[in-house]
Ligand binder design. Structure first.
Ligand code: SF4
Length: 256
């Protein structure tokens, strides 16, 4: 077996193209999130056979700086629709993934996400949840937790005024067509390793032609949270993961 592929944090050969047009803020988790996916694609041997569809999110830049076939950004929230259309056009062994932010996937894109799961589309959706609209300046998102301050909830999200956050992994898990749904984080090597297991399981469901799979990844957004990166890690562990617990919510071999 290839020694490199057994490493927890080996260097994916799907290297970024130089020069780096990276625009991520310091401490942002988009780089780690895409790395955990890239490593998984390689370890499963599907890196040359995967199409990346990026939603409207800071992380969509990953589509342009790495060596995968990519389409990004697609219309806001419509990455699962684009992926569903693509599914009907490409070889059945082609792997199709979407990479979306929480504002993209579970706000404007809720209908697309839910209906793709309902149809048990053989695609895999990765949703990065940083509890705000990071790309457009830190507005409240459906994933903003009660009490969290954002540019549109400067006093903190109030449950009576703005309501409660939406838990995408649990919502998707409740849909019959879903084969797999999980939520991970990247705050420690242990959490990174667990998240990688979730990512690989989700991809394996697609490889095995089982059905729709989904992984939510809790992620830091230091400038919009108004915290240094190290504090962000603690806040994810102590506050965000309390509202959005880590783990697997559905794992079946035959959806229904
Ligand atoms: S705004 Fe937030 S999500 Fe966007 S690059 Fe900066 S830290 Fe990352």
């Amino acid at each position: 077996m290839n020694q490199k592929k057994e490493l927890v944090a080996g260097t994916p050969s799907l290297k970024v193209k130089l020069p780096l047009p990276l625009s991520f803020c310091q401490g942002c988790h988009h780089g780690s999130a895409v790395r955990v996916i890239w490593e998984s694609l390689e370890e499963l041997g599907i890196e040359d056979n995967t199409i990346f569809i990026g939603g409207v999110t800071c992380g969509s830049i990953n589509a342009f700086i790495t060596d995968v076939d990519a389409l990004a950004p697609v219309a806001h929230g419509r990455a699962p629709d684009t992926a569903s259309g693509m599914r009907r056009l490409v070889d059945e062994d082609t792997i199709i993934i979407t990479y979306q932010g929480d504002g993209d996937a579970i706000a404007i894109g809720t209908e697309s996400l839910v209906q793709a799961a309902g149809r048990s589309e053989r695609i895999t959706v990765f949703m990065v949840n940083n509890a705000n609209y990071g790309t457009t300046g830190g507005q409240m998102a459906p994933t903003t937790i009660v009490g969290q301050k954002t540019t549109t909830t400067p006093l903190g999200r109030g449950k009576n005024q703005e309501g409660f956050p939406l838990s995408a992994a649990e919502i998707v898990a409740g849909i019959k067509g879903t084969a797999y749904s999980a939520r991970g984080s990247l705050t420690s090597p242990a959490n990174y390793t667990k998240t990688k297991k979730y990512v690989k399981k989700a991809l394996q469901k697609q490889i095995d032609k089982v059905g729709f799979s989904f992984v939510e990844i809790l992620s830091a957004c230091p400038p919009n949270w108004g915290m240094p990166p190290t504090e962000c890690l603690k806040w994810i562990d102590t506050e965000l993961a309390k509202e959005f617990p880590l783990g697997e919510f559905k794992d079946v071999d035959s959806p229904g």
